[in-house]
Design a protein around this ligand. Structure first.
Ligand code: GLC
Length: 748
């Protein structure tokens, strides 16, 4: 017995020893190789493990973002007091700062580097409003993936894009940065940009974390004046301004950015209803929200926060996780938690979201950027070719009377005139990343690249973009008189749109309209090219000039892409993503408006219209001409009646009835004839861009899902209501070719 007793004792001792040894070794490996540093562990486990190891100061550090890096930040990074930098550019610089975080800080949490890669990093594509005019989400997605490749090779991990603010007011300079006035079109491009930036795997080192901005209703700024109040009903918020954000979240966007504006009394950066109740509770978004630059601090001038501590509390409770350059979180959160004014679990939630995205982005596995890979990537041939394709497809042929376009390449002589004809910097447009003016192909060069050696190309600037001098008119008139054709290149400079660049007038700036009118008197056939970041009120030009090509701000391949269209190497297919007003007096003007109780009738006075101008836009949403023509036939709608949870299938035949290949953007609109709340007279619910050879006919198919028929009803429920729906298929929101209807007959 005794022997057995000994054996038992030593046996137990050995078991205890083995357990202790394994715990210690686990413990050691736990310190040497903690869960959060183990890529084989699930991300949620890594987030939890890291959070438990962090001090309150380190947690708050993750919530702080600073612009550019100066030596004084070195100490903060070492102390784990910074989560992100923006505007630090170049892999050498980001690696240098990252090394401080990874080699000198206690927990070695990588920084995330952000930058505004809005429509390109070094290869600058057309501005986003022009990208929307392509109605080609696949192409725009490809351009975004190229931007991600270039930006990540320069050390950037995170872009503050896509901007998906719906804009119905072209006075607002930031209309240039978004996808126009329609929730459906903007939603399609929101998702396309997120896919392009983030790729299939966000952990891929050549993908960027996307950032949907500015959340929300920033584009509803009263008077089109940037940063101004947005007074938006909950129903309009949900039916118009929120859908592109929801589409981006559903596409997997890692982050959102709050906004500067207030939303009917509550600033967007302190708005718990939008940032938590909608974004997180309803949409289940699990990424993080960064403030806009200083927008937390701005809760004080908004009159929404008494002081910076109050601003910090309002923003973090509302759901803003990271403070961009506001220095509000770094100065106030620690004391607020210590004083019990903010529960630490609020901080834990915010930090968890930030860490989650850093893990998903693979930053713990590849925190550094390989040097020198960028040299071969920036502006490479493939990137420039894609940029040229986007330019071509973004151009909108607004008028082509007498088929003045396309031009012959052996035309005898051309007078190229205007302040934007031999211009590089302004073609980059607003938010041009690391674009360089010298990279831009100016329009005059694109033309010279295209015409025959025998063609005489004369050039005169004529005037500046925005001053009163007409001294250059004579030279311009001289060459206009001797040339066979005038190409007049006018419009806005790059810095007339974008942030803090709203305009109270939408005319061509300076004396450009006078220049056009002077050239017009020569009688030489004239084509006007419009470069702009926004719709312009160009009624006189539309009335008197035979051909007008809208070129937006086209980016580095502007000259080549525009010449491709001018000389017929590409048949223009761009369509307007935003209405062009006749005058600012019509603003806001958008196609998906309500019918009112007195819909406008030309010859009936007591209806909703103006006594001095037609109430319709100068050019409508979805509009654009082609060098060929298309015929629509055989509209089919099946079934003609169905339940509210069923799909409707629509098909239409489209034929190219012209003599050259062309692309048509077949547009599908619906009109919910009546509802528990008033509904727009039409809503875009589908589009297909198809290419047809001369004489070729294709059948285009659409599916109208219940989601496309649903809206927020009288009780603010998202529902499909029974009733009759008109279906309209056509070339633009105004040029409807075929109509039909179907019936929703209750829940089935
Ligand atoms: C700006 C803009 C925002 C941009 C940010 C960082 O103020 O509103 O769109 O991403 O600052 O540059």
């Amino acid at each position: 017995m005794k022997r057995k007793g000994y054996l038992d004792f030593f046996g137990k001792l050995a078991v205890i020893f083995i357990i202790l040894a394994s715990l210690t070794s686990m413990g050691q490996s736990n310190i040497k190789n903690p869960i959060y540093l183990n890529p084989d562990q699930p991300i949620e486990k890594r987030v939890k493990d890291l959070l438990t190891r962090m001090t309150l100061e380190e947690k708050i550090g993750q919530m702080c973002q600073f612009s550019v890096f100066t030596e004084k930040y070195g100490k903060l990074v070492k102390g784990g007091k910074v989560g992100s930098f923006l505007n630090v550019l170049g892999a050498e610089n980001t690696n240098k700062i990252q090394r401080i975080a990874l080699e000198q800080s206690r927990l070695k949490i990588p920084l995330i580097f952000g930058f505004d890669v809005i429509h390109g990093y070094r290869t600058i594509f057309p501005i986003p409003l022009a990208e929307a005019a392509t109605w080609n989400p696949q192409l725009v997605e490809k351009a975004a993936s190229i931007s991600a490749l270039e930006a990540t090779s320069a050390g950037i991990d995170w872009t503050f894009a896509p901007m998906v603010d719906i804009a119905r007011d072209p006075r607002w300079g930031r209309i240039a940065e978004g996808f126009g006035e329609d929730p459906y079109l903007a939603s399609v491009f929101s998702a396309a940009k997120v896919r392009g930036f983030q790729g299939k795997e966000l952990s891929n080192p050549f993908t960027l974390v996307a950032c949907l901005k500015h959340f929300v209703a920033y584009g509803a700024a009263e008077g089109g004046r940037d940063y101004n109040t947005s007074e938006v009903s909950e129903r309009t918020l949900r039916n118009v301004y929120l859908p592109p954000f929801k589409a981006g979240v559903e596409a997997g966007a890692g982050t959102l950015m709050s906004a500067f504006n207030e939303i009917s009394g509550i600033p967007a950066s302190g708005n718990r209803h939008t940032l938590t109740e909608i974004l997180r509770d309803e949409w289940k978004f699990d990424g993080f929200v960064v403030s806009d630059w200083g927008s937390i601090a701005e809760l004080i001038p908004h009159g929404f926060a008494e002081d910076s501590a109050h601003a910090a509390k309002e923003a973090v409770i509302a759901g803003v996780d990271m403070d961009m350059e506001g220095r509000i979180y770094i100065s106030n959160l620690l004391q607020l938690v210590k004083d019990g004014k903010i529960p630490e679990e609020v901080i834990d939630k915010a930090v968890s979201r930030i860490l989650r995205i850093k893990f998903r982005a693979g930053l713990f596995e590849h925190p550094y950027t390989k040097i020198d890979q960028s040299k071969s990537i920036m502006l490479c041939k493939e990137h420039l070719q894609t940029a040229r394709e986007e330019v071509r497809e973004s151009l909108v042929l607004l008028k082509n009377e007498g088929n003045l376009l396309p031009l012959r390449k052996d035309i005898k002589s051309l007078a190229v005139i205007g302040p934007l004809a031999d211009n590089q910097a302004d073609l980059l447009g607003t938010w041009a990343g690391r674009g360089v003016a010298e990279d831009v192909v100016p329009i005059i060069k694109g033309i010279r690249n295209k015409v025959s050696g025998a063609t005489k190309v004369y050039y005169a600037k004529g005037c500046n973009i925005d001053d009163t001098s007409t001294n250059g008119f004579d030279e311009a008139l001289n060459i206009a008189r001797k040339a066979a054709m005038v190409l007049l290149v006018v419009g806005e400079s790059a810095d007339m749109s974008g942030e803090a660049h709203s305009r109270a007038f939408l005319d061509l700036p300076g004396v450009q309209k006078d220049l056009i009118q002077a050239i017009y008197t020569t009688g030489t056939p004239t084509i006007v090219l419009i470069l702009t970041g926004r719709p312009l009120s160009i009624s006189w030009v539309k009335k008197n000039i035979k051909a007008i090509l809208l070129c937006w701000h086209p980016g580095v391949q502007g000259g080549n892409g525009i010449a491709d269209v001018l000389f017929g190497d590409y048949n223009p297919s761009g369509r307007l993503p935003v209405s062009f007003p006749r005058t600012i007096g019509q603003i806001p003007i958008y196609y998906n408006h309500k019918n009112t109780g007195r819909p406008p009738k030309e010859n009936i006075r007591w209806t909703s219209k103006y006594i001095d101008i037609p109430w319709t836009p100068l050019f409508p949403f979805g509009y654009g001409e082609s060098y060929t023509s298309f015929e629509y036939s055989n509209l089919q709608i099946k079934p003609k009646e169905t339940g509210s949870n069923k799909e409707i299938r629509v098909s239409v035949d489209v034929k190219n009835t012209g003599d050259r290949r062309g692309e048509e953007v077949v547009q599908l609109y619906i009109h919910d004839l009546f509802g528990s709340v008033t509904r727009p007279v039409k809503e875009l619910k589908g589009f297909k861009k198809i290419s047809l050879k001369p004489g070729e006919k294709k059948t285009v198919n659409f599916i109208i899902t219940p989601e496309k028929l649903a809206f927020y009803d009288r009780n603010m429920n998202f529902v499909v209501e029974p009733g009759t729906f008109d279906v309209m298929v056509g070339k633009s929101s105004e040029n409807i070719q075929l109509t039909g209807s179907f019936e929703i007959i209750g829940d089935q």
